[in-house]
Design a protein around this ligand. Structure first.
Ligand SMILES: *Cc1c(COP(=O)(O)O)cnc(C)c1O
Length: 397
């Protein structure tokens, strides 16, 4: 099918939940995508921080091909090797001791919310159910996670919402403290608010939140669905802030394109679950776990993290230089290869201009251009990205 035909089918048969760009992709390789007409694009969205090793990385393809010939699915009534090896890998490389697998970021956060409530009510009593989340946050689209999300537009029309959530101002410790009571089970936050406009947590604030939680026996949950799996230059963003959460959620980059989510917790907290407390039919499916294990091993063995640090620094410097030259750019912020460019104008038309120049970028919160390239992007490709961005923005001055 050609792009126009695919578009026609989509408007006839798909629910109208996405404002898609007028392009259909049929193939990907590394940092490049190819549309139905064979045109090549530089992908600086990476499926929204999913394709961390780019498209069709040989290690991931090989792991999937191998697994597909052996076993696709068995359910969690039985054991499978890829699931336990992936859990071992995540535990060996994080603060956590135990893992629960599911299929998406929202489900990973649902798991974290359920685990926190289960732990806190068992330990402190049935009143201990409240979760403090942050304004501007994003935690998913299920009823509990959209309630956790501190953005009105995500919740409109879906009430009644899930009780027991309260919202503090991000990067404001007094706001968190004033909401913390003997009913508080956990604080849930993103180390960098991604959908919320690429807003990096202040390190002092995160340390203060950690200290406050420890002091009040409240759990600290980090949503690393977007920041995890090397995106910021370390495997997990929390490593750069010198503190550890009690629970962490992962999804997006974990499977390198295979749908998978995970909730990682310390032993003490994880022990609040027992057989029957929580489940997912597809969670920890051998195919998804085999792909994720290949992603994890390649991230470490391939020295990808060092490259992210180098590429991230190079991109940040380039974006700062653009900001100095182009007054439309009001701020540059981010960590590693998660970068945001705040504009004084709407970002949507800029994204479309970039598409016409065969460059994929994203826009969030109306005026923030978000760059989430595959972690394997080269410095030459970053030059190309900067060159197009500069051209496109200069035309709009
Ligand atoms: C994308 C995202 C989610 C939701 O993940 P889904 O897989 O779409 O359910 C949750 N939290 C954060 C921080 C995200 O970026």
């Amino acid at each position: 099918m050609i792009t126009e035909e695919i578009q026609r089918y989509a408007s006839q048969y798909l629910m109208n939940t996405y404002a898609r760009l007028p392009v259909a992709f049929i193939r990907g390789k590394g940092t490049r995508l190819y549309d139905a007409e064979g045109r090549e694009y530089l992908d600086c969205v990476a499926g929204l921080a999913v394709n961390v090793l780019g498209h069709c990385h040989p290690d991931v393809v090989e792991a999937i091909e191998h697994q597909v010939r052996h076993l696709l699915h068995t359910s969690n009534l039985y054991y499978t090797e890829p699931q336990v090896l992936l859990a071992e890998w995540l535990v060996e490389h994080s603060f956590g001791h135990k893992v629960f697998f599911c299929n998406s970021g929202a489900e990973a956060n649902e798991t974290a919310i359920k685990l926190a409530r289960r732990y806190a009510t068992a330990k402190f009593g049935p009143h201990r159910v409240e979760i403090i989340t942050m304004t501007n946050s994003f935690h998913g689209r299920t009823l509990a996670t959209l309630t956790a999300t501190g953005q009105e537009k995500v919740r409109r029309g879906f009430g009644p919402l899930v009780p027991g959530f309260t919202y503090a101002t991000f990067n404001d410790i007094s706001s968190v403290e004033s909401r913390m009571t003997d009913k508080t089970a956990a604080v849930l936050l993103e180390p960098i608010q991604g959908e919320g406009g690429v807003i990096v947590a202040d390190p002092t604030y995160l340390k203060q939140v950690r200290a406050l939680c420890t002091d009040r026996h409240v759990l600290l949950i980090f949503d690393e669905v977007q920041t995890g799996m090397g995106r910021t230059g370390t495997l997990f963003a929390y490593e750069q802030f010198g503190i550890q959460p009690d629970i962490m959620t992962l999804a997006k980059g974990l499977g390198g394109g295979m749908p998978i989510g995970a909730c990682v917790a310390t032993d003490e907290v994880a022990n609040a679950f027992d057989p029957g407390s929580h489940a997912s039919t597809f969670g920890g499916n051998p195919l998804a776990c085999a792909a994720a294990l290949a992603v994890c091993r390649t991230l470490m063995d391939g020295e990808v993290l060092a490259k992210v640090q180098q590429a991230g620094a190079y991109l940040t410097k380039g974006l700062q230089e653009l900001k100095d030259r182009i007054p439309l750019i009001t701020e540059v912020r981010g960590l590693g290869l998660l970068q945001g460019l705040e504009l004084s104008i709407e970002g949507g038309p800029v994204v479309r201009d970039c598409l016409a120049r065969r460059l994929l970028i994203n826009c969030t919160m109306e005026r923030v251009l978000r760059l989430l390239p595959p972690l394997i992007i080269s410095l030459q490709e970053i030059d190309h990205l900067l060159h197009i961005l500069s051209d496109v923005l200069n035309k709009r001055v």
